[in-house]
Design a protein around this ligand. Structure first.
Ligand code: ADP
Ligand code: GN1
Ligand code: MG
Length: 361
């Protein structure tokens, strides 16, 4: 736990009944600080999720929270009446003075969510059924947000999935080489520079803007312990206007390889076609109804593009001295970059087959 954070003090600012007992760091996110807090009320203990938003990265936390409040309200209204509806959408707990977030004495922005019991996330996929469920849950999420009333959501991180700008940032990091690491990442730099031509493909394709999640990692969907169903899409910080292809692509990136994102044994990293098939079938089962022909056409390609985008972001951060993503060991960002690039090679070998499959569904 980050020693500087008084999670108890923050947790007590929310409308949670009972006594705060403890809080432990939770999950494996790279940006925010997530805790599971325990409260005790009338002899019964209950859990809550407390999160401190990383305001170095989300420069306007109020805009993030406004987006999340609007999106969760809309989703909750859509699923009301369905069995288990309260476990299907994240639900913010208001502060004692009725706001969606709390600002502490160090200007840290905190939010609290009701805890979704009897479900969990996985850092690595274990079965094709899980891949199907993840695709279906994210597709359903997008579909329910097609009718989100105006105004447009805030762009909480401008150009978040602007791959050409991410590429330009990499070129700058290579030129600056502030940490003196370019020499250690020569093959990765060459790999990246050879693929500049794909960076603009989705932005140039004139695809419709939608409300998208933008961080559709496999570990951002909770799977029900009993049924295995993808019950709730979480981690909504980056919900904003975007392209569905980037969302689907990030599902491919994180759900088709059975390794974690920072696997060091690259021989284990491959795009497993059966996982891709299950993911695409799940996604199209829920999103197929609203996608245009053009959007569908780019789904298979999107897996390669976003894997490239995230790979070059890891590489850029490695070259910049690890200032963006949390790292837990020497060379962590370079390891992450390597898994992404290995996955791209595997996708490149199977790209035609992936395209044909999507067309056939
Ligand atoms: P991060 O940005 O740190 O990835 P997430 O919002 O994904 O943050 O949350 C981290 C982990 O906490 C998730 O992987 C999930 O296991 C758990 N989690 C998040 N929200 C809830 C919730 N409402 N109920 C239960 N567990 C949750
Ligand atoms: C970050 O917070 P987390 O771990 O869900 C990042 C994503 C990356 C991801 C790579 C705001 O997501 O864009 O795809 O790491 N989030 C932000 O694992 O930059
Ligand atoms: Mg997460």
């Amino acid at each position: 736990m980050n020693k500087d954070h008084n999670v108890g003090a923050a947790a007590r600012q929310f409308q949670i009944c009972g006594e705060f007992c403890n809080a432990m760091p939770y999950g494996s996110g790279h940006i925010n600080d997530t805790y599971r807090a325990e409260f005790r009320h009338a002899g019964v203990s209950a859990h809550y999720i407390l999160q401190r938003i990383n305001s170095n990265i989300f420069k306007n936390p109020a805009a993030v929270m406004e987006n999340i409040q609007r999106v969760t309200d809309h989703l909750a209204a859509q699923v009301a009446g369905e069995p288990d509806s309260r476990r299907r959408v994240l639900s913010l707990i208001p502060t004692r003075d009725g706001r969606s977030w709390h600002v502490d004495a160090e200007a840290g922005h905190w939010r609290a969510y009701h805890f979704i019991d009897n479900a969990r996330t996985y850092d690595a996929v274990e079965s094709t059924e899980q891949a199907f469920q993840a695709g279906k849950a994210f597709g359903h999420f997008q579909r329910l947000l097609v009718g989100l009333p105006t105004p447009r959501l805030h762009d909480t991180i401008p150009d978040f999935h602007h791959t050409p700008k991410r590429f330009a940032a990499l070129q700058q990091a290579i030129a600056a080489d502030v940490a003196g690491r370019a020499i250690l990442a020569k093959p990765e730099i060459e790999f990246a520079l050879a693929r500049q031509s794909i960076t603009g493909v989705l932005l140039d394709a004139n695809l419709p803007e939608r409300v998208t999640h933008n961080d559709t990692k496999f570990n951002n969907v909770m799977l029900d312990d009993a049924s295995g169903e993808g019950i709730c899409v979480i981690d909504l910080d980056t919900v904003m206007p975007g392209l569905v292809a980037y969302d689907f692509g990030d599902m491919v990136r994180t759900t088709t390889s059975s390794t974690r994102e920072d696997e060091q044994d690259l021989s284990k990293v491959t795009m497993q076609f059966p996982m891709f098939e299950a993911l695409a079938r799940g996604y199209l089962a829920s999103a197929g109804g609203f996608l245009t022909k053009e959007e569908k056409q780019y789904l298979a390609f999107a897996g390669k593009l976003i894997t490239f985008e995230i790979g070059i972001r890891f590489l850029t951060d490695y070259l910049a001295g690890d200032t963006y993503f949390k790292v837990h060991r020497e060379g962590h960002n370079l390891d992450r970059c390597r898994t992404q690039f290995k996955l791209i090679e595997s996708i490149e070998q199977q790209e035609e087959k992936m395209k044909c499959l999507v067309e056939s569904i």
